[in-house]
Design a binder for this molecule. Structure first.
Ligand code: PLP
Length: 393
């Protein structure tokens, strides 16, 4: 099987050739340390500044509010841990949701072990929080609200602007993990009252191991990494210049192509959703039908195991996922699918397919054909399905 159909863009994406091209000189010719004083190093320094500016513009903020990091996980850790520590004199209560990425959830769990109290908001059956729940959760000692922009498993998009409004009205810092949303939808940190935002290069056709944290001017945050004076002395370590250049280029392209690219993805997404729901019985779509990322598809197929499905799709050259990359390999069903109310056995039979700009309708026809056949084959081997069919007669 030499065919490869990559449908796991929420896990990572290919770096665009233009991005690689932009990065290359910063490995070989322009290798100067941005902190050095001679003119040669200004080539690196200027490139870092240019990337910072592209990213700042994409969010409608100033370049000075963008801090480069080693990716989404680091940005989430930094934002949550180190603002919590600074503001702990004001209070020790944090609000987040049950469907966050583990980079957020494991960080808030760490803080709980260190004297903080965390409220994990429920989500509705579509994976969206209720604003009333958020308002009710706010206490005088609440110092931070961290709610993801869009979910990495079921693609649900939160009412970020309304959340920002509530946070602002209550004088609480609002952080959002926008790793999945950034580059997929317009984000304006002023209009949306976002105080901190995490993003990552490799989810938007940029390099792995580089991302950024946007921090609104005036927000106090401690350093996660102590050392030199890089990133206005807030995040030490010699800059990952090629990575930062690649991230900037990826963002520039993501912004420029956003409308056309997401329209293409949405068309393919809806095509797959409509056909699979119509052609494969006992299937449900997880996540909101419309308030979801343009590239996200998530089904549960009754009577089958997601892991077996993934293996058989893999044999047909199709890359999908049964949850987030971090949870695969464990037998627990996804915390996100449980949070939207799926029973364990349904959550186990789930499949996430996430699209990219390079996917075609022809590829998806091949995927749907295989999916129909594989789901039927797995069901034919399932005693649960056999029982169920007997009862139908
Ligand atoms: C991928 C992802 C992260 C982690 O980003 P890395 O750059 O891989 O560390 C965090 N949050 C969400 C929602 C993600 O999808």
């Amino acid at each position: 099987m030499d065919r490869l159909i990559y449908l796991d863009h929420a896990a990572t994406t290919a770096v665009r050739p233009e991005v690689v091209e932009a990065m290359l000189p910063y490995f070989t010719e322009n290798y100067g340390n941005p902190s050095s004083v001679y003119k040669f190093s200004s080539l690196s320094k200027d490139a870092v500044s240019a990337s910072r500016k592209v990213i700042a513009d994409s969010l409608n903020t100033a370049a000075a509010n963008i801090y480069f990091t080693a990716g989404g996980s680091e940005s989430d850790n930094w934002a949550i841990k180190e603002t919590a520590r600074v503001y702990s004199s004001k209070g020790k209560h944090i609000i987040t949701t049950k469907i966050e990425h583990h980079a957020v959830l494991h960080t808030t769990e760490f803080l709980e072990k260190n004297g903080f109290e965390v409220t994990y908001l429920n989500v509705d059956e579509n994976g969206i929080i209720k604003l009333e729940d958020l308002k009710n959760a706010i206490r005088p000692d609440t110092i931070l609200i961290s709610i993801m922009f869009a979910n990495n498993e079921i693609g649900s998009v939160q009412p970020i602007k309304e959340i920002g409004k509530i946070a602002k009205a209550n004088g609480i810092i609002f952080h959002t993990d926008a790793v999945q949303a950034y580059g997929q939808m317009p984000i304006d940190v002023e209009d949306m009252n976002i105080d901190m935002l995490s993003a990552s290069g490799h989810k938007l056709n940029g390099p792995k191991g580089v991302g950024f944290l946007y921090i609104r001017k005036g927000i106090k945050i401690r350093n996660l990494i102590h050392g030199g004076g890089q990133e206005r002395a807030r995040r030490a370590g010699t800059e990952n210049v090629p990575g930062i250049v690649g991230l900037g280029k990826a963002v520039e392209i993501a912004v420029k192509t956003m409308e056309e690219r997401t329209a293409h993805e949405k068309e393919l997404r809806d095509y797959v959703i409509d056909r699979v729901l119509a052609e494969i019985p006992y299937t449900r779509l997880n996540g909101h039908r419309t308030e979801r990322l343009a590239n996200n598809i998530n089904f549960s197929f009754q009577f089958i195991e997601g892991e077996s499905l993934l293996i058989m799709l893999d044999m047909a050259g199709i890359c999908g996922s049964s949850g987030s990359a971090c949870t695969s390999g464990s037998l627990d069903p996804s915390h996100v699918l449980l949070a939207i109310g799926l029973p364990h056995e349904i959550a186990h039979g789930s499949l996430r397919l996430t699209l990219g700009y390079e996917n075609t309708k022809e590829e998806l026809d091949y995927v749907i054909d295989n999916l129909k056949e594989i789901v039927q084959r797995l069901r034919d081997m399932s005693p649960l399905y056999e029982d169920f069919m007997k009862k139908q007669k």
